[in-house]
Design a binder for this molecule. Structure first.
Ligand SMILES: [Zn+2]
Length: 251
């Protein structure tokens, strides 16, 4: 992997990360995603080209709107940096174009799920269910676009991932008479199983649990204080753990 190719992959990834952050901001509000130009949430002024360079603009403006000086969400910077890292991951895997696009699609989808879960505790079926179909379709034994476990292992990953967390979710509700986990988490683990196979799931869940321990520090970075009753976005932890697993274990 040459330096120029890595830089290009990181830049494209950062641009995609910026778009993912925009989708995560507008989708839950029911706003137009494609046509409406980017603008400041506080003063409403339209952003120019200088304010739209991923990572660079955020840093040069000190994390504030250049018109009204309102704070920009740190999630935006993290999404752009995460997108750049995903671009490098796809480049390091360096499969043929269809495989690279499949991996990039997986990375961007997981990044969007992280943002939606962190901000809204929302893992929409419109994201998780197509991700299951894509995982079963793209891997070994189907279209063979990305390396990884055979189809049977990935089908087992879907079933095991869903059943394990759904049983935990229902068991908690039966014992505590309240929800301890969202309904989207089992579907997300099923989607992760469809790409990584059943054998990866215990490691992914363990990593997600460890990521959960760092949640108060992440909340502090976002300018909030996490208390004992603050819900932890398990889905975001699972998505980050799956990306970590893809890069450092499976590839
Ligand atoms: Zn502003």
């Amino acid at each position: 992997m040459t330096i120029a190719a890595s830089l290009l992959a990181a830049c494209i990834g950062a641009v995609v990360g910026s778009f993912v952050a925009l989708v995560a901001d507008r989708w839950p509000r029911g706003e137009d995603i494609v046509v409406a130009p980017s603008h400041c949430r506080d003063c409403g002024r339209r952003l120019g080209a200088r304010q739209l360079v991923p990572i660079v603009s955020w840093c040069l403006q000190g994390g504030r709107c250049s018109w009204c000086r309102a704070r920009l969400p740190v999630d935006l910077l993290l999404a752009e940096a995460g997108g750049a890292a995903i671009g490098l991951m796809v480049m390091a895997q360096s499969p043929q174009w269809p495989g690279a696009l499949a991996l990039a699609g997986l990375g961007a989808s997981l990044l969007l799920l992280v943002l939606l879960d962190v901000r809204h505790l929302w893992l929409p079926d419109a994201m998780t269910l197509p991700l299951i179909v894509a995982g079963l379709s793209c891997g070994q034994g189907a279209l063979d676009l990305v390396s990884g476990p055979p189809l049977a292992d990935r089908v087992a990953g879907v079933v095991a991932g869903y059943l394990a967390l759904e049983a935990l979710r229902r068991g908690y509700r039966m014992v505590r008479h309240r929800d301890g986990m969202g309904g989207g988490d089992p579907k997300l683990l099923a989607a992760i199983g469809s790409w990584l196979g059943y054998a990866a799931l215990p490691g992914v869940v363990l990593l997600a649990a460890l990521a959960g321990l760092g949640w108060p520090a992440i909340e502090a970075l976002r300018g909030r204080q996490a208390g004992g009753d603050t819900p932890i976005p398990l889905g975001a932890g699972l998505a980050v753990a799956a990306l970590f697993w893809l890069v450092f274990v499976q590839l």
